[in-house]
Design a binder for this molecule. Sequence first.
Ligand code: ATR
Length: 288
Amino acid sequence: MNQPHVRPLKLGVIGDPIAHSKSPVMHEAALRESGIAGEYAALHIKPERLADMIAAVREEEYRGINVTIPHKENVMRHLDELSEDARRIGAVNTIINEGGRLIGRNTDGIGYVRSLKEEAAAMLEGRRIVVLGAGGAARGIIYALAAEAPERIVLLNRTTERAEALAREWSDLADIAALPADRAAEALQSADIVINTTSVGMHPHVDEVPLDPALLRGGEIVSDLIYNPLETKLLRLARDKGCRVHGGLGMFVYQGAYAFEYWTGVPAPVEAMRAAVLRDMNVAAKPK
Ligand code: ATR
């Protein structure tokens, strides 16, 4: 049915660089699948143009914007309102334009947890979780994990002080502890779920692992935020040991799914979104 009074939804992602972002193909597939008229643009924005771009988001009536590296922290000061999780995580990846009022949210952590629960661990309550890394990606994930009432979250990071600072900052949210990397064996001995949030193992450094695989027992779930490659060396070795493995593609899909749902108010067509990303990755991987 024609709906001439409904204006096409204007969406996009800002980042620098942005050319390789899979968000446009994923969201355009979601719009198509949902029968919503609109477009999703990849917007290459250098840091010095960020303020102007945010003004344009308001004036040009973008309904929603995703924010990626290097703007996730700096964009916050240009917004009118922040969700509690974005404020505490200290990063925004999704902006919703409510009639000229820009609201910043963070869907990375909740997207990750939804993916983990759908694809690997239906219940996180009472689980013992080990998180490798304590950087920006770890913050979103740990904040969302804490809301699931795990028994304990142990942070292992190359720079122990950074993990300790994070454990202190969020001691009100859950039982969170930091251990120096040389006590990894102790942490892993009783882990139910091990999550890599570092970039170790990401393309092109596909032969690197963020953890000595000999420390895995075989019954735990091993999860990696990396989705290029789809299965990291850590996941391959963990699978060989009998662990259940969970890759990073689902996190990317579900962070986008939450954003799509905030913008449109309709359930995201998650499988169409995942298929569009996979198709695009295969096309990109094929030699010309
Ligand atoms: P991101 O936003 O991707 O998390 P980040 O904030 O720079 O990026 O954090 C990167 C994380 O990966 C950190 O935990 C970092 O450890 P340090 O805090 O010690 O820097 C970790 N990391 C990156 N490269 C690493 C490597 N080669 N070995 C171990 N840890 C690494």
